[in-house]
Write a protein that binds this ligand. Sequence first.
Ligand code: HAM
Length: 416
Amino acid sequence: MQSLPGFRDFLPDDCAVRNYIFARWREVARRYGFVEWDGPILEPTDLYKKKSGAEIVDQLFNFIDKGERAVAMRPELTPSLARLVAAHEREFKKPLKWFSIGQFFRYEKQQRGRLREHFQLNCDIIGEKDLAADIELVALCIDILRLFGFTEKDFVVRISDRDFWTDFLREKDVPTNRWDELLQAIDKSGREPREKTAQKLGELSDPIFSILKSGGKSRKLEQLVDGLRERGLADYIAIDVGIVRGLAYYTGIVFEVFDRAGKFRAIAGGGRYDNLIAQLSDEAVSMPALGFAMGDVVLGELMNETPHAREKLEHAIANERKMDIYVVIAKEQRRADALAQIQQFRDRGYRVDYPLTGEKVGKQFQTAEQLGARVAVLFGDEWPQVKVKTMASREELLIDNHELQSHIGRVLSRSS
Ligand code: HAM
């Protein structure tokens, strides 16, 4: 039996990487004052229809459940967030700053950087229309990547403003029912042959291509750049009006994060969606909102290919895996005494391992080494004394068994 295409097995090494990513996502989101929440994995299919845009609806993992409901595994979190916020709006002080880490499912063609399941960090600010929130969000996104060891030479946040394009379309008297299709064509223009985009853009193709070439400008984008410059983050961003975002609900500033070399798909993406909450609540609640999501797949690939980020990852994982104590049982008669001490060590929060069945002493020390144990404690002929070996210095000491706990406490606090 094989796993389904686009679904991953997480062996212990993969889980270690995943935990490393989640821990850093959580850490920086907390530094920015975001609180954690989550929504359900399964939602009514209707939640995503129309609201997310054609691309996502085509990619839904959806089915009819045993109660005849049309349901879908969540492809993204934003519609759930909008639904939930509209329902609980009165319970929280605005603006809300919420983050979430979870798994998402899209029936995509499997390719580098795109699978059928992936994990995302979502960070959203609800109830703030000021540009200060957009700046804060981009800064948060940059700081997360910096904590992984990436620098301005490794990645860039490409920022744009959908208003820039909707103003343009309005000026050209394009009927609003064509806007979505034109915005999608602009969004794909970087990834598609020029003729294909030109065909989609029709009579607007010349002016749009010329804007894409010369780059667009807006007061709002300039203010955003200023805000990030004040924080010393200007080197991490670039204004690029070619970024429109595939999702239908965005209304203002939008951004996507790419590796500088341009080898990978987007690492993260997001923007403002000031109308979504009103749309999903049939206008009962209206609140400005903005957010972004960062995926684990491209992030993992980029870490692998960026030596300084990979070193950081490997170092952290090796440290995280280390055992504190390995107990060597040299005489089976001492096993019960050893286990009494092991129990106490674990109660005190130490990571302790030992052989479940009899093993040669040399082999046990080898295991202690492999597990990165800081000390080995040997129960054998020396009883009622035990031998404590500090693994790094190879120093050995005989200690009375009843003094073992306090001695180990001192040794480990010294070396930690
Ligand atoms: P998105 O651009 O569709 O945005 O996804 C965000 C990130 O999730 C992408 O940049 C990518 O890293 C990752 N991702 C998406 N699809 C896949 C896939 N099939 N395989 C691997 N990674 C993937 C959203 O989902 C918006 N809801 C983000 C947002 C939050 N906007 C406002 N708040």
